[in-house]
Design a protein around this ligand. Structure first.
Ligand SMILES: [Zn+2]
Length: 158
């Protein structure tokens, strides 16, 4: 667009589209985690309060069942070399150049979504899925992992 045609409304429209695209990634991430951990009810995240971080950036915590039982601990900064479980090819294809088995790529994607409009896209983890003391020092975030499996029996534990 020529500079002399630039408008604030075009910029606002682009931001709105970005926010819509970012929000749409969250169900994709949830579907991926559900495929990897069929008994998981929440992907749990925390925000950094460390002075070394300029922003309250997101960190990985765990995958939990509905009553807070740990299905899988995750590496907070995504550095774990252990890959997450494999996913069906149709889910992997939606990750493009990112690897759905990489904790680093998962965290990068979550941080990128959050950075579009911080504190907008993620909800707190319900009390019943929290661990003792968690409410006292830092509110954990919970991304629900509903079963969206289309084929009956595709996901036995659901
Ligand atoms: Zn399922």
């Amino acid at each position: 667009m020529p500079l002399n045609k630039a408008t604030v409304s075009a910029f606002d429209d682009a931001l709105a589209k970005l926010a819509t695209a970012a929000r749409a990634l969250i169900p994709m991430i949830a579907e991926t985690l559900h495929a990897q951990f069929p008994t998981g009810a929440y992907l749990v995240l925390t925000r950094s309060k460390d002075p070394g971080h300029a922003d309250d950036v997101l960190f990985l915590n765990s995958v939990r069942d509905a009553s807070g039982g740990i299905v899988c601990w995750l590496d907070p900064s995504g550095g774990a070399l252990d890959p997450l479980p494999a996913v069906p090819p149709e889910i992997a294809a939606r990750w493009g150049d990112s690897d759905p088995r990489s904790q680093r790529d998962l965290l990068d994607l979550l941080q990128a979504v959050d950075a579009v409009d911080r504190y907008t896209f993620f909800d707190w983890l319900p009390d019943e899925a929290r661990r003792p003391g968690e409410s006292d020092y830092r509110e954990p975030i919970g991304v629900p992992l509903p079963c969206q499996c289309r084929v009956s029996g595709e996901c036995a534990p659901c």
